[in-house]
Ligand binder design. Structure first.
Ligand code: SF4
Length: 115
C-alpha cells in the first residue's frame, strides 16, 4: 500500500504536526520542536551517527530513523532540498539523491573474496 503526500499531510495534521506539503528545514525544526527530544532518535543519540563515515554506523542511524515521529516529513524535506549528504528520514543521501548504502573507504577489490 502506498501513502500519498496528501495522506501524509492528513496524518501529520492529526498528529499535531505541520503540513508536509511545504517540507522546508524550518518546518521540520518547528514540528520536531513539538515532539519530546527523547522521541527523536537524532536528538536522543549522538547526531554524528547521521553523518558517520562507517557504513555500519550509517545503517544504524537509518534503522533508528524508522521509529521517528517526523520521519515522513524529514524524508520529504530532504528530497525537496536535495540534501548533499547524511541520513535523513531513514535514507542515506549523497549529492541530493538517495543511495542504498555507504561504501566503505578505500578502493574496491578487483576480485571478490571466495569464502
Ligand atoms: S527521521 Fe529525520 S528527524 Fe527523525 S531521527 Fe531521522 S534524521 Fe532525525
Amino acid at each position: 500500500m502506498t501513502t500519498s503526500v496528501l495522506d501524509r499531510a492528513d496524518q501529520a495534521f492529526e498528529a499535531g504536526l505541520d503540513t508536509v506539503l511545504d517540507p522546508t528545514l524550518g518546518l521540520l525544526h518547528d514540528s520536531a520542536g513539538k515532539v519530546d527530544d527523547e522521541l527523536l532518535p537524532c536528538r536522543a543519540n549522538n547526531p554524528e551517527l547521521w553523518f558517520a563515515e562507517s557504513p555500519s554506523d550509517v545503517e544504524f542511524a537509518k534503522a533508528l530513523c524508522r521509529d521517528c515521529p517526523v520521519q515522513t516529513m524529514c524524508l520529504d524535506g530532504a528530497l525537496a532540498r536535495r540534501e548533499p549528504w547524511g541520513v535523513w528520514g531513514g535514507e542515506l543521501f549523497l549529492q541530493g539523491t538517495v543511495i542504498p548504502r555507504k561504501r566503505p573507504r578505500g578502493r574496491p577489490r578487483k576480485h571478490p573474496i571466495v569464502a
